[in-house]
Design a protein around this ligand. Structure first.
Ligand code: GDP
Length: 444
């Protein structure tokens, strides 16, 4: 998504201001203006941008800042909070309960990515121990059932649909009833998104909703929708009253800000984002993590989630993070996991500082960089690997030895240690959050 450029621009505006020797109010206003322009160019709704402007101005109150205050921190925090507010509707989405039948109905226009996302979400819940299934109530588009069936078979998820029944309401009702009897816990219903017949589409949605009485209705929005997102999401909200949004195709070239603006237009949370065509390309959405990632500050929780879902070897690291620690060895293990996790460009953003370090590298160059980082770790002693990295500061000769042993430079070793320090700092912050997350997962 072009949001990466947006993040870079916002970061540059904040950094330019906070680095300049004279931190004047005029320069501060200039920074807000630059951030606003960047957001508007990314298709974020203009009213939201104006609210953000006011919010940053009022939360910083530049002229009242005490001379000794850490202005940089205050400004960075104000920008961060204002950006989080754009994507945070302060509404908690429905949480499916174990042991119950949770019906989740998908709505959205044709081509938005509904059918693909239904299977992704089903797999997501399946991986978390829910008994999950899919119902295809799109009898309008020829081939919709076939598509869902293929996806479902690939993901080993039970499915229901009909090649002969043309009434989507009947198919939806029969499918949900059948799976409820079979005690399925997550029943996902895909619906039609027919184009150019909005009245018929909306009438059908309401009828299906009445027939299956979903615990949650999810609207699927294509990230490339631009400024049209507001009107479209309002129309869907008025008819189908969805309780959650999933934005798809965030990996594409679209600016993405329009889709994000749907949150404010409908006071509805984004729950997931689609990041590719593959079954695993679905990320849980969290406003703070999203903004952290946008600003290149990393997303430790997202990373932990991803690692957990892939069931990679990460027991020790998880244990350390919950204790607020992150050793060099943890960094090495995570780098190795990243290599296993698919396209680097997708993962790098989750690691604090790594996206900045990778700069504009393509996936091949990035992989090489990661490999060199792993070579560095592999040239360390067990004591060094299990350390918090301070040992290298106290005895810099160790860095030279490791660089020589791994065929890299001292600068690269330093970079790696900076990375580990940053992760370690994040880990200590994540400590509390992780405990809550684990409690919540235990309760699921
Ligand atoms: P539906 O008509 O709403 O059911 O849309 P589909 O699920 O058939 O998706 C339309 C197209 O978008 C398909 O080619 C999908 O592979 C593609 N698609 C869906 N989600 C994503 C995503 O997150 N990223 C990318 N790149 N493509 C996606």
């Amino acid at each position: 998504m072009v949001l990466q450029d947006l993040g870079r621009r916002i970061n540059a505006a904040v950094t330019d201001l906070t680095r300049s020797p004279t931190l004047s109010e005029k320069a501060f206003d200039g920074m807000i203006k630059e951030i606003s322009n960047a957001l508007v160019e990314a298709d974020v709704n203009i009213r939201l941008v104006s609210t953000l402007r006011k919010q940053i101005k009022s939360s910083v109150k530049f002229s009242e800042l005490p001379a000794h205050a850490n202005k940089k921190r205050i400004i960075q925090k104000a920008v961060f909070d204002a950006l989080v507010d754009i994507v945070n509707p302060h509404q908690t989405p429905y949480q499916p309960k174990k042991g119950k039948s949770n019906v989740i109905m998908f709505v959205g226009l044709q081509g938005a990515g509904k059918t693909t996302t239904c299977t992704k979400l089903a797999r997501w819940y399946q991986a978390r121990g829910f008994k999950t299934c899919l119902v295809c109530a799109d009898t309008f588009r020829a081939g919709a059932f076939d598509q869902l069936k293929q996806n479902a078979i690939k993901a080993k998820i039970p499915y229901y649909g009909s090649l002969t029944q043309t009434d989507p309401v009947v198919v939806a009702r029969d499918g949900v009833e059948k799976f409820k009897k079979e005690r399925f816990e997550i029943i996902i219903v895909d619906t039609s998104g027919r184009h150019h017949q909005e009245d018929a589409l909306f009438a059908e949605m309401v009828e299906i909703q009445g027939a299956v009485r979903p615990q949650q209705t999810v609207m699927v929005l294509d990230a490339s929708i631009g400024q049209a997102a507001e009107a479209q999401s309002r129309a869907f909200k008025e008819t189908a009253d969805f309780g959650a949004i999933i934005i798809t195709k965030t990996d594409g070239a679209a600016a993405g800000g329009g889709a994000i603006s749907a949150v404010a237009a409908t006071h509805t949370p984004i729950v997931f984002i689609g990041t590719g065509e593959h079954l695993l390309d679905l990320e849980k959405f969290n406003p703070q993590s999203f903004v952290s990632k946008l600003l290149g500050m990393g997303d430790m929780q997202g990373l932990v989630e991803r690692v957990q879902s892939l069931k990679l070897d990460q027991k020790e690291t998880m244990k350390n993070i919950t204790e607020g620690k992150f050793s060099v060895r943890d960094l090495r293990d995570q780098l190795q996991n990243i290599m296993k996790m698919g396209p680097l460009s997708k993962m790098a953003g989750m690691i604090p500082g790594l996206s900045g370090m990778m700069g504009d590298m393509n996936d091949d160059e990035g992989s090489l960089k990661l490999k060199r980082m792993i070579y560095i770790c592999d040239s360390m002693t067990a004591k060094e690997l299990d350390s918090d990295g301070k040992i290298f500061v106290e005895q810099p000769a160790r860095m030279t030895r490791v660089a020589r042993g791994s065929g890299t430079s001292v600068r690269e070793v330093e970079e790696l240690l900076t990375q580990q320090r940053m992760m370690s700092g994040m880990a200590s912050k994540v400590k509390g959050n992780m405990k809550n997350m684990q409690k919540a997962q235990g309760a699921m």
